[in-house]
Design a protein around this ligand. Sequence first.
Ligand SMILES: C[S@@+](CC[C@H](N)C(=O)[O-])C[C@H]1O[C@@H](n2cnc3c(N)ncnc32)[C@H](O)[C@@H]1O
Length: 293
Amino acid sequence: MSAEVDVKQQVREFYDRVGWQMVEGDLYQNAHYEDLRPVSSEYIHRCHLRVARHLKSSGRFMLDAGSGPIQYPEYLRYSQGYRFRVCADISIVALQEARKRIGDHGLFVVADVANLPFKDEVFEGVVSLHTIHHLPEAQHGQAYQGLYRVLARHSTAAVVNGWPTSRLMQVFNPLVRLANRLRSFAQRRLGRSASQPEVAQVAKKAKPANKKKAPKGTFTQRHGVSWVKNEIGGRMPVEIRVWRSVSVRFLRALVHPWLGGRWFLRILFRLEEHFPHYFGENGQYPLILITKD
Ligand SMILES: C[S@@+](CC[C@H](N)C(=O)[O-])C[C@H]1O[C@@H](n2cnc3c(N)ncnc32)[C@H](O)[C@@H]1O
C-alpha cells in the first residue's frame, strides 16, 4: 500500500470510529476541536456565515467536499437555495449522519477530495471546509485543481483550512501560555477542573466503536500563505479573506465572560470585516475563494 493510500485509510478510520461518533448528547467527538462556549458562540456563528456571502444563493448542485455530517446549523444555509447538496466524503459514517440531517436534499458520495468523480463545471457552488489539510501535502494542489474543474462558470468555491502558523496567534502565544499555566495552577489548588472547556471534557469521554483507546486526532498537513498565492494563485483566480482569525486555543485561554470576552469578539469581528485580507493572511483560518469567470 502506498504511503498516500495509507494516510487516507488512517484518516477514514479515524472519522468512522472516533470523529463522527456521538460522545454525549448531540455532540460529535470532532466538537473537541471547536470552542462551543456561549461566550464565543455569536462570533463563531458570524464567522460561519461568512462562507455563505460568497456562494451563489441558488442553483442545481452545490458540492460539499469533505462534508462530514454537516455538523453545524449554519452549514445548512449554504445550500438552502440549491436543489441538491452533493456531500462527498471518504467517511461513510459522515455521510450516514449527513443524510439524517438533510435527507432528500442531499446526494451522498464516498469520494476522495483529491480525485473527485464528477463531470467538469457541474457545481454552481462549492465548499470544502477543514478537509484539504487531511491530504498529504503533495496532493493539495491536485485537490484545489479538482474543485476548480468541477466548478461551473461564473461561480465561486469557498475553501477553509488553517495556516500552519499564524503571525497574529504567534504574537499572543506567550499570553495564551501564561493563561493556561494560571488555569492549571488554579485547578491544582482547587483540586477540580471546573474551568476546563465543557466540550474538551465531554470529548475525553468519547468511546470508539472498538474498545481500544481512541486516538485524539489524525493526520494533517498545511501549506502557508505564499504557497496558496503562488501555487494555487498561479493556476486559478484566488482571493484570501478572513474566515476566523483566532484559534480555539486562543479563545479558550483568553476569552471569558468575566474578561468582557463577548465584547472583545464583537470588536475583533468588526476589525476582520474592515481588513479581511490582512486578517485572512495573518490570522489562523483563511477563507480561500476561487472564482471561475
Ligand atoms: C475536520 S472534518 C470537517 C467536516 C466538515 N467539512 C466540517 O467543517 O465540519 C474533515 C472531513 O473530511 C473528510 N476527509 C478527510 N480526508 C478526505 C479525503 N481525502 N476526501 C474526502 N473527504 C475527506 C473526513 O472524513 C471528515 O469528514
